[in-house]
Design a protein. Structure first.
Length: 96
């Protein structure tokens, strides 16, 4: 699992507010849509990238910050990767 040149999520540029980070992910406000997002530190979206345990841990970190930023229970996870489709990340979006 490596970083890929030109991938903005691999570069992990601090262009928006960063809430937390650890050895496998970081949580920040999305610079495009302004909602909390969690980003896996390594490039990939294959079936095994990342594994289920890592996904669960990343979603826990997203939940902590989304509840604080958007309101507890007022949001849902959006797994669609629109602008960066080949790097695993997820957004917390307000419920419709």
């Amino acid at each position: 699992m490596d970083s890929v040149d030109g991938c903005p999520l691999c570069q992990a540029a601090r262009i928006s507010r960063r809430f937390s980070e650890n050895e496998y992910c970081w949580v920040a406000l999305c610079s495009t849509c302004g909602v909390p997002m969690v980003v896996w530190r390594w490039h990939g979206v294959d079936a095994s990238d990342p594994d289920d345990i890592t996904v669960a841990a990343m979603l826990f970190h997203l939940r902590v910050w989304a509840d604080k930023h958007l309101g507890k229970g007022d949001w849902e996870v959006d797994f669609r990767r629109r602008r960066v489709p080949d790097h695993w990340h997820a957004h917390a979006r307000m419920r419709r």
